[in-house]
Design a binder for this molecule. Sequence first.
Ligand SMILES: O=C(O)CCC(=O)C(=O)O
Ligand SMILES: [Fe+2]
Length: 356
Amino acid sequence: MGEVDETFIQDPEHRPCLSIIEAEDIPLIDLSPIITSSSSSNPKAIKEVVKQIGSACKEWGFLQVINHGVPVETRHKLDTAVREFFKLPLEEKRKVRRDESKVMGYYDAELTKNVRDWKEVLDFVVKEPTVVPASPYPDDKEVTQWYNQWPEYPPQFREACEEYNEQVVKLGLKLMELIAMSLDLPANRFHGYFEDETSNLRINYYPPCPSPHLALGLGRHKDGGALTVLAQDDVGGLEIKRKTDGEWIRVKPIPHAFVINISNILQTFKVWSNDRYDSVEHRALVNSEKERLSIGLSLNPAHYTLVKPLEELTDEQNPPKFRPYSWGKFMTHRKLTNFKKLNIDNIQIDQLRILE
Ligand SMILES: O=C(O)CCC(=O)C(=O)O
Ligand SMILES: [Fe+2]
C-alpha cells in the first residue's frame, strides 16, 4: 500500500515517535475497597484510595483503574458488536451518518486541529433524548433535543451499548465521589450536576494505517466534560503528554482496566477546583498491521450547569481564578462547529481566567 493522503499528514513536530520509550506508567489504582464494601466498612482502605486518586489527578491528570465493578461481559458484548459494525460496508455504516440535524452517529472524516484523523467514529448520547441549548448564543434560551441513530446491524448493538453506558456512568459517578473526597469535599458534592447529565459515548475505530509515522489516529487534544472513562483494547497507541517534562508517553493496555482522564477542553475540573487539578493533552497513534478500538464515555453535567470555582475551595486568600461559564452553551458551540462556521469565537480557558 502507498502513502496516505496529504490531509492526514501531521506537521513534523507533531509526528509520532514509533519506538516506544519505556517510561514509568500512569498510576494504577485498585478500586476494590470502594466496590466491594460500603463506605463505612473499611475507612482506612478507602482513605488510601482517595489519597491515590488525589495525587494522580494532581500529578498526572490520568490514571488507570482495576477492580472497578464493570462486568467483563458488559464490555465484551459492546466490543463484539462494535467490531461487527465497523466491518460493514461503508454504505451500511453511512446509514447512521451524523450531520447538522442528527448530531450523533457515524463519521469517517474527522479533523483534530485541522488535520484529518485516521479513524472512524460512532457517537451516542447516554440519555435519550439529551436536552441542550439550541444555539451557543448567551441570550438565546431555546433548547433542543439530541437523539441517537442506532445501527440496524448487528441487531444486539443497542442493547449492548445501553448496558455498557449504565454500568460505566455508575463507575464515573463513583470516581466523582472519590475526586470530591480528595478535594476535602463531601462525597456527593458533584452529584447534583449530573442528574440531567449530557454524557456521551465516543467509539473510535482505527484501521491499520500504511504511514503510522506521518499520521495520527487522533491528534492531540483535551476531552470535554468532567471525566472520561476509556476502554482501550490490547493493541496500544494512547499517549499522554507528561506534565513534568512534556514528553509523550504511552499508556500501557491492561486487560479489563479503564483509563480515567479527569481533564477536558474547557477544563471543568480546573475551574471547579480553582486550579488545583489541571488537564492533560493526549493523542492516539496508529500502526500498519492491526486495527485498534477504544471506547470513551465522557461524563458531562446538565446543560444548565454554570461551571465556576466551588465556594468551598475559594476564600480571601484563594480568590476565584476563573469566571463562570455555561456548560451547555459551550457544548452546543463545539458540536455545531463540526458542521458550520459560527459567528462566535470558541471559548478558551484563558479567556475565563480572572487576571490577578
Ligand atoms: O483512542 C484512544 O486511546 C484515545 C481516545 C480519546 O482520547 C478520545 O476519544 O477522546
Ligand atoms: Fe480524548
